[in-house]
Design a protein around this ligand. Structure first.
Ligand SMILES: Cc1ncc(C[n+]2csc(CCOP(=O)(O)OP(=O)(O)O)c2C)c(N)n1
Ligand SMILES: [Mg+2]
Length: 571
């Protein structure tokens, strides 16, 4: 058993927690998923989806900001089947919670719109049972039961002490605790017969409840076989046939921002993929992530598929994880790439759990213009690419964006982040260039060297690909044949067999220049020790994007100059 609960390692663990507060948001995501699926699949006297979501939160969970964000959202959404217990033991690692925390948690949750109860003694099972009954009866709000407990209850010397959190009681204290609690034996792992018999009843009761549920489910299957098949398909996470048939292709000519292309592709996919559900942290108009005519997921309309997470990126990330873990839903969440920082912990956990969550991160470079350096991501791509099991895709044009979505929807192992441009980008003419389907391989030859065997390889992602394409022409005019490789995803490319990687980046061509308007760190492996990276190790600046690109060295001429220097061909 891992030191912290890990989904997929220990049976029965529904989510990986450990970073405090995440579990609360996951629970909110579970409850959202249940509410949505119930709204979509229940009806005609049948309720194939009907369950409660319970969570237990510690002082640390309740203190962490992410639980505030998620709980505020849950209250707003009036998630009546979400029931939490606050393990209010007044102890954290440094000591009494009084050291840093004396707010009225119950009042705070009431202010969020939750139904709040207090149980003064965590060992009073009848009081807890009553509280659960009341919580279930409050169908129009989530419930929090603030339960006063004592850490290391029964231990004469360790009760109510922070040491009890992380260190074992020790043999002597265990003996004393068993004595104090009137335990009949000092033998380790001893379970009295009557306790065992009581627990074993759970098995029978569980079997009975399950049989009862199966009966109800079979009635649903018989009455609505198509809906049952659809629910089962969604729960298995299987894509329906033809899900991608509506994905548009974009003609060359008029430039398109990849965020705008993404909106068209998302909507085309959503029309055939009902499990696709999500939204933005108050940036749907900028991230272009609204599903048209799909309704808002809101109290009173849980069938809606457009989520409004509010300005709560961290909460959004953790709620998305809960939705993905629940099953039956393929969740996406959107914000500016810069604010991926505000949700890194749940991105990391989605990656650790290898759950399918799609992040739409727009405004993906200094190319966003006057918003200036606070909004211009520099290090974010490197940070995201450093997370194991996360796949980052930064498409170069509208057709790469369509392919990036295709990859994201079909990628079931770990989350996918799409980095999209705010500014318009050329739509490449694929009749003369490599096919956009190369996106699935992470990197592909977009344009072979002109006028001979390539002397240099130009690599770029996203908005910088059109810059290296223009540089390629200028280099050709100087009799410097350069191959252009579009690199939408370093992770996907790294997973390709060596033979393919060597085809795209032949080991014999060691002069390579990578261009990305971001921190250069991720590229060094690919350019090698005779290559160079044109990137950014400084913050951006506020100006129209064309001017920033020029001033910070992202122009075809700057690329040409760098290549000439690299090849010792300076004039
Ligand atoms: C985000 C985060 N910060 C810090 C920690 C380290 N940590 C583990 S438990 C804990 C606090 C323990 O107190 P509490 O949450 O009340 O749990 P209890 O010991 O009462 O069960 C801390 C700070 C963590 N796991 N997650
Ligand atoms: Mg505590």
């Amino acid at each position: 058993t891992p030191g912290h609960p890990e989904h997929g390692i220990t049976p029965g663990i529904e989510t990986t927690t450990g970073p405090l507060g995440q579990g609360v948001g996951n629970a909110v995501g579970f409850a959202i998923a249940e509410a949505h699926l119930a709204a979509v699949f229940n009806g005609g006297g049948h309720k194939p989806v009907e369950h409660y979501t319970y969570f237990i939160a510690s002082d640390g969970d309740i203190m962490e900001g992410v639980s505030h964000e998620a709980s505020s959202l849950a209250g707003h959404l009036r998630l009546g089947k979400l029931i939490g217990f606050y393990d209010n033991n007044h102890i954290t690692i440094e000591g009494d919670t009084d050291l840093a925390f004396d707010e009225d948690v119950g009042a705070r949750y009431e202010a969020y719109g939750w139904h709040v109860q207090h149980v003064d003694d965590g060992n009073d099972l009848e009081a807890l049972d009553r509280a659960i009954g009341e919580a279930k009866a409050a169908t129009d709000r989530p419930s929090l039961v603030v339960v006063r407990t004592h850490i290391a209850f029964g231990s004469p010397n360790k009760v109510d002490t922070p040491e009890a959190h992380g260190s074992p009681l020790g043999e002597d204290e265990i003996r004393l605790t068993k004595q104090a609690l009137g335990w009949p034996s000092a033998e380790p792992f001893f379970v009295p017969e009557d306790a065992l018999a009581e627990w074993r009843k759970c098995r029978d009761r569980g079997a009975e409840l399950e049989a009862e549920w199966r009966g109800r489910y079979e009635a649903f299957q018989a009455a609505r076989p198509d809906r049952a098949k659809e629910l089962e398909r969604r729960n298995r996470g299987e894509l329906p046939a033809g899900w991608d048939a509506g994905i548009p292709s974009f003609p060359p000519g008029k430039p398109v921002a990849t965020r705008n292309a993404s909106e068209k592709v998302l909507n085309a996919i959503a029309a055939r993929l009902p499990e696709l559900m999500g939204g933005a942290a108050d940036l749907a108009p900028s991230t272009k992530t609204l599903i048209k005519d799909a309704g808002d997921f809101a109290a009173g309309n849980y069938a809606g598929r457009n989520m409004h997470f509010g300005i709560r990126e961290h909460g959004m990330g953790t709620v998305l994880n809960g939705m993905a873990l629940h099953g039956g839903i393929l969740p996406y969440g959107a914000t500016f790439l810069i604010f991926s920082d505000y949700m890194r912990p749940p991105i990391r956990l989605a990656s650790l759990m290898e759950r399918q969550v799609i992040y739409v991160f727009t405004h993906d470079s200094i190319g966003l213009g006057e918003d200036g350096p606070t909004h211009q991501p520099i290090e974010m791509l490197a940070l995201l690419r450093a997370i194991p099991h996360l796949t980052v895709l930064r498409p170069a044009d509208a057709n790469e964006t369509a392919e990036a979505w295709r990859v994201a929807i079909a990628h079931h192992h770990g989350p996918v982040a799409l980095a999209l441009s705010r500014q318009n980008l050329a739509v490449f003419d694929r009749s003369t260039l490599g096919a956009a389907s190369g996106v699935a391989k992470g990197a592909y030859i977009l344009s072979e060297a002109k006028g001979g065997k390539p002397e240099v390889i130009l690599l770029a992602s996203g908005s910088e690909v059109e810059i290296v394409l223009a540089a390629q022409d200028k280099l050709a005019a100087r009799e410097l044949p350069a191959r252009v490789v579009s690199v939408p995803s370093l992770e996907l490319f790294a997973r390709e067999p060596e033979s393919y990687r060597n085809e795209v980046l032949p080991p014999s061509i060691r002069r390579r220049v990578a261009v990305e308007a971001a921190h250069p760190m991720p590229w060094y492996r690919w350019v090698g020790d005779q290559g160079e990276v044109i990137g950014l190790t400084r913050f951006g600046a506020s100006a129209p994007y064309e001017r920033i690109y020029r001033e910070l060295g992202f122009t075809p001429d700057a690329v040409v100059a760098r290549v000439e220097r690299l090849l010792g061909r300076e004039s």
